[in-house]
Design a protein around this ligand. Sequence first.
Ligand SMILES: NC(=O)c1ccc[n+]([C@@H]2O[C@H](COP(=O)([O-])OP(=O)(O)OC[C@H]3O[C@@H](n4cnc5c(N)ncnc54)[C@H](OP(=O)(O)O)[C@@H]3O)[C@@H](O)[C@H]2O)c1
Length: 245
Amino acid sequence: MLFLASRQWSRGKRHGTFALSKANKMKTKQTIAIIGATGNMGSAISQSLAKGNYRLLLHAPHEDKLTTLVHTIKAAHPSAEVESIDCSKQASWEADIIILAVPYAAEKEVADKIREVANQKIVISIANPLNATYNGLVTDATTSAAEELQKLLPNATVIKAFNTTYAADFAQPVIDGKQVDAFVAGNNEDALQTVSDLVATAGFNPIVAGDLSVSRTLEGMQLLLIQLTMKYNYNWVAGWKVLHN
Ligand SMILES: NC(=O)c1ccc[n+]([C@@H]2O[C@H](COP(=O)([O-])OP(=O)(O)OC[C@H]3O[C@@H](n4cnc5c(N)ncnc54)[C@H](OP(=O)(O)O)[C@@H]3O)[C@@H](O)[C@H]2O)c1
């Protein structure tokens, strides 16, 4: 567990973080498409959001893995509304929110497929554009994976989330007695609230960190966490916690 004991990074519970909003609890069920659902992050996100009041549409290239995942989720959450879908465009068409849980290198291909149907929708960027040796990012300092995705999907509302949490954290979002913080960044207040609700449903403490350009910092933070995890053997269960009054 890492502690970032700086007040500058958080506007604190009173200002920058969101509890599960009352409006969201009362609103009609939202449909979430998870593209890359069978991967480490996709399956962790799918399983944790199955606890919430969402309809989940899971897409990934291999149908057998998807079928297994749907069975696993239904066994754990019998009332969950979850189905597999073999077309990313169809899944995104039906969705209110689209989560891209694919490697950064696959995002352009996925964006090209879903562009027409992602208009006016929230698209969540969870990607960390790591290089092959984990000692840097493939994006340059003037941009981020989230901003590049926004360029690829100009009529969608891209929100950065879930990039600073490891897949294994979803099974234990409270580490050493502290709820792991999960940063959210974007340019639309309503979308930030909606995604903060998702983050809270997954068990993390959402903190709105700033506009979409703050994704550059968030992606750099995860690079650092990965380097520290390898150096100090955190066993891929680690996260950020901002300490404040
Ligand atoms: N792992 C973590 O702890 C972690 C934490 C924070 C953020 N992230 C970010 O989360 C994203 C996913 O990471 P991961 O570790 O979950 O990767 P992963 O285990 O390799 O999973 C990637 C998923 O995307 C699918 N996929 C690959 N290419 C695709 C394409 N062109 N179209 C549709 N689906 C495609 C894969 O399907 P197949 O396997 O069947 O090919 C798989 O379901 C990355 O951007 C990563 O930076 C990861």
